[in-house]
Design a protein around this ligand. Sequence first.
Ligand code: APR
Length: 308
Amino acid sequence: MNKITVVGAGHVGATTAQRIAERELANRVVLVDILEGVPQGKALDQWESAPVEGFDTVVTGAQDYESTTGSGIYVVTAGLARKPGMSRDDLVLKNAKIIESVAREIAIHSPDAIIVMVTNPLDVMAWVAMQTTGFPRERVIGMAGVLDTARFRSFIALELGVSVEDVQALVLGGHGDSMVPLVSTVSVGGIPLTQMLAADRIEELVERTRKGGGEIVKLLGTGSAFYAPSAAAVQMVESIVRDKKRILPAAAWLEGEFGLEGMFLGVPCKLGRSGLEGIIEVDLTDAEQAALEASASEVRKTMEVLGG
Ligand code: APR
């Protein structure tokens, strides 16, 4: 791919740009932020690492979108973090304004681009971006499932003392407390996890995964996770750029899949050159279906804050 833009040069955005460059997923990466000098400074610093790391992807920074023209993908990480005294709804309203302004620029400069939404609450921000750009659902996808799944897989691997590569899992639903890990689908080297670990211990790992973001926030004191979130976003970007057609859990606009419609929700997606190339419907147990519906209604409630 010729050019990929990362909007927001904060922790998640800058790390995403670095990972994309180091993997040479594009000839050029543009880092955009409203802060004066920050995207330029981080981009230059990254480019100066190129001779050592051995990549030829040129990284540049900008405050406006002119140099992003013709980007194939925009990874959107721009936004505000919740500050003391700011309600959750306040944050949604403020980030929605930011995403609207970012999405308008994307539609003007790169009308054929694919958007990977990372800004939280991502299921709702993806909807804002889709509405503002008028892009079809194939070209607006939210990042969360890969991150939640990676956290779950990393905990399982640590618990069993096995390679993370051999742990496969699927986490559906919204990002955070309402996510729906499909425990029956978890396998370790092809062996069902339920044959390797007691049910109550699995439940503890599920709970830790649910609260994975909060665990990092607590440890850091200020700020939130960015290594795993950026890795997750880049895995989605890679599947699109290299047309790998990987099946990854991601937030997609539902039109009747899983009996749900009219919201973004984490489901198994096929990601390739055209973006969202398919949604794979899995047979769910009654409890899993109920949990997915509860997750969907959480997303809907947040959409209502924005008049949706
Ligand atoms: N256009 C471009 N960048 C913007 C805009 C805007 N309109 N508004 C804010 N930003 C920038 C900020 O200047 C800041 O540099 O977005 C960046 C956000 O970076 P951080 O505060 O470091 O936040 P980060 O940890 O990177 O998280 C970004 O990703 O995982 C999610 O929940 C997380 O929504 C958050 C997002």
